[in-house]
Design a protein around this ligand. Structure first.
Ligand code: IMP
Ligand code: MG
Length: 172
């Protein structure tokens, strides 16, 4: 496999700091629960949470979409649900990357039925060219081209999530 840097550590850090600042401003005085979407969202959530300068609660949901590994099907299976009571609280879903938008659209609709005060979406990366559904992403980081990428939480066959930068991966 050949890896080619697409998004640097510095770009990821700067964007995360900017989003954290904006989230702090928007949610000040409100009860905020960050819900990380596993597995890919774990690194962005960890970095983002430390850039939010107020009390927050943190929870995780683990999902897998049916279908093959590189294409989302829109049917999302919940592998692990959140543990906390989010009734009346403001929920921010934290994802690594928005591709077709099917996963987050499904999750947003699901959380909208749970009695939260609000449900918003954050993702550190976005592939707008790939979108299949209309989805408002409230806190979006870096737009990337339609390429398969790994690192900063994103995997290929379960690997490369720990890479500190984002790489385009190509077969050699
Ligand atoms: P969506 O439902 O199509 O928006 O897909 C969302 C999820 O698919 C992302 O959160 C990733 O976990 C995964 N995904 C989409 N594109 C890539 C990629 O280029 N590399 C690794 N995972 C990806
Ligand atoms: Mg994901």
């Amino acid at each position: 496999m050949k890896l080619e840097v697409l998004v640097t550590k510095e770009q990821l850090e700067a964007k995360t700091a900017e989003l954290g600042k904006k989230i702090t401003k928007d949610y000040k005085g409100k009860e905020l629960v960050l819900v990380g979407v596993l597995k890919g969202g774990f690194i962005f959530l960890a970095d983002l949470a430390r850039k939010i300068d107020m009390e927050v609660m943190i929870d995780f949901i683990s999902v897998s979409s049916y279908g093959n590994s590189t294409e989302s099907s829109g049917v999302v299976r919940i592998l692990k649900d959140i543990d906390s009571d989010i009734t009346g609280k403001h929920v921010l879903l934290v994802e690594d990357l928005i591709d077709t938008g099917l996963t987050l659209k499904y999750l947003k609709e699901l959380f909208n039925t749970k009695g939260c005060a609000s449900v918003k979406l954050a993702a550190i990366m976005d592939k707008p060219d790939r979108r299949k559904v209309d989805l408002q992403v409230d806190y979006v980081g870096i737009e990337i081209p339609d390429e398969f990428v790994v690192g900063y939480g994103l995997d290929y066959a379960g690997k490369y999530r720990n890479l500190p930068e984002v790489y385009i991966i190509r077969e050699t």
